[in-house]
Design a protein around this ligand. Structure first.
Ligand code: SF4
Ligand code: SF4
Length: 169
């Protein structure tokens, strides 16, 4: 009985010690969105459909991204470019390009599969919506220039871990 009381009291004192120790340390809570959040360069966030330097769309409507997507959240409908109405350098462009962000798991397979580096996962993660239908992004919302978040900052510090079996950077 006495041994149990001593053991319990010791454990309570130890737990309270941890609580008191952290009571006087600086909190690590991020005041998002009042303060910007730092992410690493390889962080995968919101998709963007890129353009070439001359303004034409990189996407050629091949739908390889949709085929690679494990959650079936990309829908592409291609159409033919004409000399009068040209959107991309190739024969075809994406007339419809939609991503359902509620289904996306941000795996990045779509970007890996894209032959023209048209679809890229950038760093914005502030994707909350009041209406679930607004989470289905149409092409107009995905295409550059886009409404990128101002509260995400890309870290530029060295984060590479040198493990010999991974080879040289
Ligand atoms: S990141 Fe993954 S889940 Fe999201 S659209 Fe691309 S392939 Fe699909
Ligand atoms: S984003 Fe890339 S993979 Fe997807 S349809 Fe366009 S060109 Fe093809």
């Amino acid at each position: 009985m006495i041994k149990e009381v001593v053991t319990s009291s010791t454990e309570i004192a130890r737990a309270m010690g941890v609580t008191i120790k952290y009571f006087f340390t600086k909190p690590v809570t991020h005041q998002f969105p009042d303060e910007p959040v730092e992410v690493y360069p390889r962080f995968r966030g919101r998709h963007v459909l890129k353009r070439h330097e001359n303004g034409l769309e990189r996407c050629i409507g091949c739908a390889l991204c949709a085929a690679a997507c494990p959650t079936d959240c990309i829908y592409v409908e291609a159409a033919e470019n004409t000399d009068d109405e040209r959107y991309s350098p190739g024969e075809r462009y994406a007339k419809v390009y939609t991503i359902n962000m509620l289904r996306c798991i941000f795996c990045g397979y779509c970007a890996e599969a894209c032959p023209t580096e048209a679809v890229v996962l950038e760093h914005d993660f502030a994707l909350a919506e009041y209406d679930r239908w607004d989470a289905i992004y149409p092409k107009e919302r995905l295409l550059e220039p886009h409404d990128a978040s101002k509260v995400v900052v890309v870290r530029d510090d060295e984060v590479f871990v040198n493990v010999s079996r991974w080879g040289k950077k």
